[in-house]
Design a protein around this ligand. Structure first.
Ligand code: SAH
Length: 360
């Protein structure tokens, strides 16, 4: 009996026995395949260079490989498992892709341009199971984890949008989904982002944003991860946080901060805490005072994100004066605060919006 060892997701990717998604595990798949054909191991490096550096779209373009080998590669491996369902561009240079996966699910990813920076924002799951009350991504719950290949593919698809003079400089894992709930697929994908023979983006320019799952944060410490970690706090105490981030009901803020501190000790990377400012809910001066007390003494940056309203949800963006008072209160107490500059609003490039729009 032949047992199909591929996961359900891999099987549903419609990749038959002879065609497999190369981006899922490039080295592991290419090395034995090349060996079987008596080809030198250096060929894998050539394929990598074409994919990551020379931005090839097809094996056909890999002109320093023999024609027969290119044909065989094309017959055995598929490079792309997704299709671009929509490509939108904003005047500020932000571009967004809505990708349809092989099983029909959809995720979005974004390219942001800021002076010389070229930052990509990628998704890790279809939907999200965390249920943050204000967020569009989790409105329909979690459908499934993305595969490594689907995560790498987002990065390569976004890279293909760049002009020849442009280079990717930063990755933020802040798209749809909770990255720490899909570390098995994410970590190999980020390896491809950071390796010299991958995208070559240094680990300190890669940020993983998490709702704060202590066990998974511990796993990152144990894996000696060098990525930046951003923790979505959104409230200065457990009672309020449970209302805004329901998954935190059994996760005290103190536990999250303790793991974040471990991460800082291990990685040496300054922590970031994210705080979505929701009118009338977590935006008072009292909240700011409490937040300053909670975070005080840490080498940390507080990234405040004025709420980006989601159609159908009853949350609003605080007034300019409320935002100013919140900021001033934190700064007066020595907290390093940054208000996130919103880019791509015009094309709904923030927080799960495009996928929803395309469905309504
Ligand atoms: N699951 C990860 C990544 C989420 S997206 C996490 O929780 O960190 C990155 C950030 O955007 C998170 O802090 C998230 O809470 C925030 N966010 C989600 N929807 C938003 C919205 N409509 N307006 C502003 N920020 C939002």
């Amino acid at each position: 009996m032949v047992v199909d060892a591929r996961s359900d997701v891999e099987q549903s990717l419609n990749v038959g026995n002879t065609v497999s998604h190369l981006l899922n595990s490039i080295d592991e798949q290419l090395a034995p395949w090349l060996k079987e054909r008596g080809q030198g191991a250096y060929r894998a490096g050539q394929v990598r260079r074409w994919l990551f550096e020379r931005r090839a779209r097809e094996f056909r373009e890999m002109t320093d490989l023999p024609q027969t080998l290119r044909d065989e590669l094309g017959g055995h491996f598929t490079l792309w498992s997704t299709q671009i369902a929509r490509h939108t561009q904003a005047e500020d240079g932000t571009e967004k892709l809505l990708l349809t996966l092989a099983d029909g699910g959809q995720v979005e990813c974004v390219l942001l341009r800021d002076e010389v920076r070229r930052t990509i924002c990628i998704s890790t799951q279809v939907g999200c199971g965390m249920g943050c009350v204000f967020c569009a991504s989790g409105l329909d719950g979690l459908t499934r984890n993305l595969t490594t290949g689907e995560i790498v593919e987002q990065m390569l698809q976004l890279q293909l949008l760049l002009g020849p003079e442009e280079r990717l400089s930063h990755v933020v894992v802040m798209g749809m989904g909770e990255p720490l709930a899909n570390l098995d697929a994410l970590l190999p994908a980020l390896e491809e982002a950071s390796r010299d023979d991958g995208l070559g983006i240094s680990a300190r320019r890669i940020t993983i944003s998490t709702v704060g799952l202590p066990k998974a944060m511990r796993r990152l410490v144990e894996a000696k991860s060098r990525y930046r970690l951003a923790v979505s706090l959104h409230a200065p105490n457990d009672e309020l946080r449970h209302r805004i981030v329901p998954v935190s009901e059994k996760i005290p803020v103190a536990d999250i901060l303790a793991e974040a501190d471990h991460y800082f000790e291990q990685s040496g990377r300054r922590l970031t805490f994210e705080y979505v400012l929701l009118a009338g809910l977590n935006d008072s001066v009292k909240h700011a005072v409490e937040l300053a007390e909670l975070l005080g003494g840490r080498t940390a940056l507080l990234n405040v994100i004025p709420y980006n309203p989601v159609a159908g949800l009853p949350y609003g963006t605080p007034s300019q004066s409320a935002q100013r008072a919140f900021r001033q209160t934190l700064e007066d107490r020595g907290i390093a605060v940054q208000f996130r500059h919103r880019k791509g609003d015009a094309i709904d490039a923030a927080c799960g919006q495009l996928r929803r729009r395309s469905r309504v």
